[in-house]
Design a binder for this molecule. Structure first.
Ligand SMILES: NC(=O)c1ccc[n+]([C@@H]2O[C@H](COP(=O)([O-])OP(=O)(O)OC[C@H]3O[C@@H](n4cnc5c(N)ncnc54)[C@H](OP(=O)(O)O)[C@@H]3O)[C@@H](O)[C@H]2O)c1
Length: 300
């Protein structure tokens, strides 16, 4: 048995795939969750936690090789009311702040800490961006800045820390892709807005392999977790249409999307051409570089 990896929010889209991957690599995996799943996989340990209090669950982190923080209220579940924004923020910024604060209570602190972030950091950038580019404007950009600061504070406790700014993680088990592909299958695929907005993406296999790669190297700082090939949302939907042999002929103007989702429409209508400079310079080898190759795999 290899070392212990503890995944906060490990029941979600990335967490489930990461759990499977780390188990296959021989790790002992512990998932911190608010609810033990009904159908749990036999050899994964689930532990109930509440980030607001350092309970029994904290002991599971003692002596771990890595803690991976993937927790956070889903961003794409409708309009962002002020209550939703507070919940989105607290479940990321406050949760991460507390987790890092509790690390100091441990005798044997984790060797490495990885915390999720998002390419929403860059907002609607007109030119290509990398890890050195400035933060964009808007709720998501401000949120991710505070979220990352909360995570990187773990360095002050001597824990090597990395933040991964994920693009849309492509998987048929959840997230954006099934919502996009569903209508395409039924000849109702439609391009939102101009279609020219950038769509930073990463195949789920690369998302989990990248986490494991960083766990092994213990590299620190910010990493863009996106494929090196920059595409627009129109290219994504049209490529899905080609693979599924369905024409994509409709367009949805920006106005009804904004009317329906309000500020949350920025997830669909805005984007940045994000480049994964740092992970490439660390020597990471992408499994899926091109969208055609990724969708061929996911939609087969
Ligand atoms: N998937 C993407 O395309 C993508 C893109 C950019 C950034 N990210 C970020 O990467 C992280 C992981 O993404 P994901 O797609 O795996 O997320 P996910 O499927 O939504 O799962 C997140 C997990 O967080 C926990 N959680 C939800 N609400 C919470 C709350 N209020 N308090 C504490 N825990 C809560 C849940 O675990 P329990 O119910 O078991 O407690 C859930 O399984 C998220 O922070 C997300 O914002 C994801």
């Amino acid at each position: 048995m290899k070392d212990k990896a503890v995944i906060a929010g490990g029941s979600g889209l990335i967490g489930k795939a990461l759990t499977r991957y780390l188990k296959s690599e021989g790790y002992r995996v512990i998932v911190l969750t608010r609810n033990i799943p009904k159908e749990k996989s036999g050899d994964i340990e689930y532990i109930i936690w509440d980030y607001r209090e350092p309970g029994e669950w904290l002991k599971s982190i003692e002596g771990s090789e890595a803690v991976i923080n993937l927790a956070g209220k889903n961003l794409a579940s409708g309009r962002w009311t002020s209550g939703t924004k507070t919940a989105i923020r607290e479940s990321r910024v406050n949760l991460t702040q507390n987790l890092v604060k509790y690390f100091d209570m441990l005798d044997d602190k984790p060797s490495y800490f990885i915390s999720a972030s998002a390419v929403g950091y860059y907002g609607n950038a007109p030119n290509p961006v990398d890890e050195n580019s400035p933060r964009g404007k808007g709720f998501l950009a401000e949120l991710t800045e505070d979220w990352e600061k909360s995570a990187l504070a773990a360095e002050q406790s001597g824990i090597k820390t990395a933040c991964l700014r994920f693009g849309a993680v492509l998987s048929m088990e959840g997230g954006a892709l099934p919502r996009i592909v569903g209508p395409v299958k039924y000849f109702a695929g439609a391009i939102p807005g101009s279609g020219k907005q950038y769509f930073p993406w990463i195949h789920i296999d690369d998302a989990v392999r990248m986490i494991h790669f960083l766990m092994q190297k213990k590299s620190t700082g910010i990493f863009n977790a996106v494929s090196p090939n920059i595409i627009t949302i129109e290219e994504l939907i049209k490529t899905a249409g080609e693979i599924l042999k369905r024409p994509v002929i409709f367009r949805i103007p920006e106005f009804p999307i904004r009317a329906l989702l309000g500020e949350a429409s920025e997830i669909i209508l805005k984007g940045a051409a994000v480049k994964p400079e740092r992970i490439i310079s660390e020597g990471y080898d992408f499994k899926f570089r091109k969208i055609r190759q990724a969708l061929d795999d996911l939609l087969k």
